[in-house]
Design a protein around this ligand. Structure first.
Ligand code: SF4
Ligand code: SF4
Length: 456
C-alpha cells in the first residue's frame, strides 16, 4: 500500500492509495468541547431512535412506517396510502429544508445527526478505542483485522451484538415492537421470512460498521457529492484559517500559526487534511477543531485556527447568510410549507370511493323503478369511530339500500359494501343520470360522492 502524498487529495479520496487499494483510517480519539457537545447531541438522537418505536399517542404509535401493510403513523397521526400527496409534500419540504440548511450551515447534518456518523463515531469507534487503544500505531495500525486472539474476538463479538441490536431497532420502525417481539419469541418456523430479514440486515450492518465504515461517506453518499453545488463562499463549514496559519512552520516563533504538527489529520475519521480546503470527504465532525485548539493551547497561540466559519469570513472577517440563493430557497420553502399546511388542514377525515359493480348495467324492478348496483369503500382517517348514513342529495325520487341501516366505521378503519340505488323513471334524465350521494353523521354532511345512474 502506497502512502498518499500532499497533493493526492486532488485525485482521489484519502482512504484510497495510488494503486486503488483501501487505506485503513485509524483516527485518534478526539477530546475537547466540540467532541463533548457532539457526544451529547448524538446520544440524545440515538436514544430517540431506540425509544421512538415504543412511544404511543392516544394508543397509536408515535412513529411507524409499516410499508408491507401500508400503515404509516407520523407523530401519532395515521397517514394512509391514499394520502401519498401529503407524504410527497413532506418529502419536498424536507429536501428543500436540507438544501437551504446546507447552503447556510454546510454539512452540519453529516457531523452531528447523520445515523452513519452517530453509529460509527459514537458506538463502533468507541468500542475500538476501548479494545485497541487510542493511536495510529500498535494494535490499530492494521485495520479491522488488527489485534490478536481474545481482543480481536471480543471486539468483533461486541460488534455483532450491537449490530443485531440496532438492526432490531431499525426493524421496529417498520413493523413495530409487538411484531418484532413475536418474531423473537415465537418458533422460527412461524416467522421464517422476518427472521431471515433480521439475520441478513444484521450481517450487512456489521459489515458496514466493522469493515466498510467511512467509505459510505466518501464513495456512496449522494449528499456529500452535492456539496460542490450547494456550498458557496458564505456557507458555514469547518475551515482552516489559512490567513492566520500560513506559512506553516514547525518553529513556533516563525511563520504563521500552523506548526505543521499534523494532529488535525490524526483525529480525522476520513483521514483528510483540512488545510487543503473544502473536500468531499469532510463530514464536518469538528474533531480537527478540538485537536488544533489543544495544539494552540500548548504553543500559546489563540484558539480556533480551525473553526466554524465561511470562506468569506476568513477572507474579509465579515459573515453574511443573505444572498440570492438562500433567499430563493427560503421563498420556495415557505411556499411549500404553506401548501402543506393548507393540504393537511383541508384533509377530509373520511375517504369514500364508489364504483359500478362489474358487468352490470341497470335492472328494472317494476314499471316505474330502476336500480343500479355499486361497490362502495369507506375509509375513516380519524381516531374516533363513525356512524354514517347515506342519502341521495339531488333526487327526491330515489333511494339507497345498503346492508344494515347505518355504516359503523372503526377508527382508522376501512369498510367495503355493496350498494343499490333505486330511481323512479320520472327522475331519470336519459340513459345516464348523474346522482350525488351524501355521507351524514347525524344531520351533518361529512362527505359526498358523485356517480352515474344508468337507465333505459
Ligand atoms: S493541528 Fe493545527 S497546527 Fe497542527 S497541523 Fe493542524 S492546523 Fe496546523
Ligand atoms: S477535516 Fe475535520 S471536520 Fe472534516 S472530517 Fe476531518 S476531522 Fe472532521
Amino acid at each position: 500500500m502506497e502512502k498518499n502524498s500532499d497533493q493526492d487529495f486532488r485525485d482521489r479520496p484519502n482512504n484510497i492509495d495510488a494503486s486503488g487499494q483501501r487505506k485503513w483510517i485509524n483516527a485518534k480519539q478526539p477530546k475537547g468541547k466540540w467532541y463533548l457537545r457532539r457526544n451529547i447531541v448524538g446520544y440524545i438522537l440515538l436514544a430517540f431512535l431506540i425509544v421512538a418505536p415504543f412511544l404511543k399517542i392516544k394508543g397509536h404509535p408515535f412513529m411507524l412506517l409499516d410499508i408491507l401493510n401500508r400503515k404509516f403513523y407520523i407523530f401519532g397521526q395515521m397517514v394512509f396510502a391514499e394520502d401519498t400527496y401529503i407524504l410527497a409534500l413532506v418529502m419536498a419540504v424536507t429536501v428543500v429544508s436540507i438544501v437551504l440548511f446546507t447552503v447556510i450551515f454546510g454539512r452540519l447534518w453529516c457531523g452531528w445527526a447523520c445515523p452513519q456518523t452517530l453509529f460509527l463515531e459514537l458506538v463502533y469507534r468507541k468500542i475500538e478505542f476501548l479494545f485497541d487503544g487510542n493511536g495510529r500505531k500498535g494494535n490499530r495500525s492494521k485495520g479491522a483485522t488488527s489485534g490478536s486472539g481474545w481482543r480481536f474476538i471480543a471486539k468483533h463479538a461486541i460488534f455483532v451484538i450491537i449490530s443485531v441490536f440496532f438492526t432490531n431497532v431499525f426493524l421496529m420502525w417498520f413493523i413495530g415492537p409487538e411484531q418484532l417481539w413475536k418474531i423473537i419469541s415465537e418458533p422460527i418456523g412461524d416467522h421464517l421470512v422476518g427472521f431471515l430479514v433480521m439475520i441478513l440486515l444484521s450481517g450487512f450492518y456489521y459489515w458496514v460498521y466493522a469493515f466498510f465504515r467511512e467509505q459510505i461517506c466518501t464513495l456512496f453518499c449522494p449528499y456529500g457529492r452535492m456539496q460542490g453545488v450547494l456550498l458557496d463562499n458564505n456557507s458555514i463549514s469547518v475551515i482552516y484559517d489559512y490567513k492566520r496559519g500560513e506559512p506553516r512552520n514547525s518553529k513556533v516563533t516563525e511563520g504563521g500559526d500552523c506548526i505543521n504538527c499534523l494532529q488535525c489529520i490524526s483525529v480525522c475519521p476520513t483521514g483528510i487534511d483540512i488545510r487543503n480546503g473544502s473536500q468531499l470527504e469532510c463530514i464536518h465532525c469538528t474533531a480537527c477543531i478540538d485537536e488544533c485548539n489543544i495544539v494552540m493551547k500548548k504553543i500559546g497561540k489563540p484558539y480556533n485556527l480551525i473553526r466554524y466559519d465561511s470562506f468569506q469570513g476568513i477572507e474579509s472577517g465579515k459573515r453574511s447568510f443573505v444572498n440570492v440563493r438562500s433567499l430563493a430557497y427560503t421563498f420556495v420553502l415557505l411556499v411549500l410549507m404553506v401548501i402543506l399546511a393548507l393540504t393537511v388542514g383541508k384533509r377530509a377525515t373520511i375517504d369514500v370511493t364508489l364504483w359500478r359493480a362489474q358487468g352490470t348495467l341497470y335492472q328494472q324492478l317494476d314499471s316505474v323503478t330502476y336500480s343500479n348496483i355499486y361497490q362502495i369503500m369507506f375509509l375513516n382517517k380519524g381516531n374516533e369511530p363513525l356512524e354514517l348514513t347515506l342519502r341521495l342529495l339531488d333526487s327526491q325520487e330515489g333511494e339507497i339500500s345498503i346492508a344494515g341501516d347505518k355504516i359503523n366505521l372503526p377508527p382508522n378503519g376501512k369498510l367495503k359494501e355493496a350498494l343499490i340505488i333505486k330511481m323512479k323513471k320520472s327522475a331519470l334524465k336519459g340513459k345516464v343520470t348523474e346522482c350525488k350521494i351524501g355521507l351524514f353523521s347525524g344531520d351533518q354532511l361529512k362527505e359526498s360522492v358523485t356517480t352515474n345512474f344508468l337507465g333505459p
